[in-house]
Ligand binder design. Structure first.
Ligand code: BGC
Length: 289
């Protein structure tokens, strides 16, 4: 890298991301369920868990073909995966998804509560439907899936050859579990809810050796926030919020999820791990204050 460029924070750096490390088989023999795994961060998480040796359920709600594509890619690399359709906000569909997973894989070791949506509106124009839909998927959906997983983790307990823990729940939260977000009140409320649901659940189930942690992504290049990075103008505006001066990539998040799913993080419980290029560092205070 050109050091002159490196020393000058006003010169935008190319979007360099970390080179990929060879898989370490950290999750060998484990069974994982990733909700919303057919696109964006969820897709990348499913592929990374499989590369580390986990068998993966690829949950999706729309676009079956994209879920099948993720399954095919995992199998092509020698992994095991199945796609299961379920709307995580519906109790009966969540129960049916877990039943199918247990039929096919026997149990669950890792739940990645990833499915999430945005439905943005000015507060006084937000419909109850928009509010309920976002809270339904982002918060109630995480509750329903975490509850089914917790039941199985408690029933089965620790299996030493598989993991030190009886189970791991990893939630996709957001920087907006702490950063207020005008025009996105339903979304920020859902992520604030995820934060305290997870920390309370972590406290409750820690004695069973069940670990519950959140990953809090900043701006990651996925379809959900296309408007924020697609044009050079939007990208430049976004960089005002990111001291590290590049957008995040789904792989930046997946590496953290693999760590939280593995025994490498065995003593981490109830944390919110911010992976955001410094978005939560109040970049507006870089000068002044
Ligand atoms: C949202 C993105 C947004 C990012 C940073 C995420 O949780 O889904 O749309 O770009 O937070 O604001």
């Amino acid at each position: 890298m050109n050091p002159e460029q490196h020393n000058n924070p006003d010169t935008p750096l190319p979007d360099v991301v970390m080179p990929k490390c060879p898989p370490r088989n950290l999750l060998r023999g484990q069974k994982a369920l990733v909700t919303g795994a057919n696109s964006g961060i969820g897709r990348s998480v499913a592929l990374h868990l499989a590369e580390e040796g986990a068998d993966v359920v690829v949950n999706y709600i729309f676009d079956e073909q994209s879920a099948i594509d993720v399954v095919t890619e995992i199998k092509r690399k020698g992994g095991q995966a199945i796609a299961i359709n379920a709307d995580v906000s519906k109790e009966n569909q969540v129960k049916a998804m877990f039943a199918q997973m247990f039929d096919e894989f026997g149990t669950i070791d890792i739940l990645v509560n990833n499915a999430g949506i945005q439905s943005d509106a000015a507060f006084d124009e937000m419909t109850l439907e928009q509010w309920n839909k976002v809270l339904g998927i982002n918060l109630t959906g995480q509750f329903l899936c975490a509850r089914e997983a917790t039941r199985e983790f408690k029933r089965r307990g620790v299996v030493r050859e598989i993991s030190c823990a009886a189970g791991k729940i990893i939630s996709m939260s957001s920087v907006h579990e702490v950063i207020p977000w005008a025009g996105h009140v339903n979304y920020a409320a859902s992520k604030g809810g995820v934060m305290l649901m997870n920390k309370s659940l972590a406290q409750e189930v820690a004695p069973y050796r069940i670990r519950v942690n959140s990953v809090c992504p900043g701006a990651i290049r996925t379809p959900i926030n296309r408007d924020a990075w697609e044009t050079p103008e939007a990208y430049a505006d976004l960089m005002k919020l990111i001291p590290y001066n590049r957008i995040g990539e789904p792989d930046d998040i997946s590496r953290a999820v693999v760590w939280l799913a593995s025994d490498d993080s065995d003593y981490a419980n109830g944390i919110s791990l911010f992976i955001d290029g410094g978005m939560t560092l109040y970049p507006g205070f870089t000068e002044g204050g």
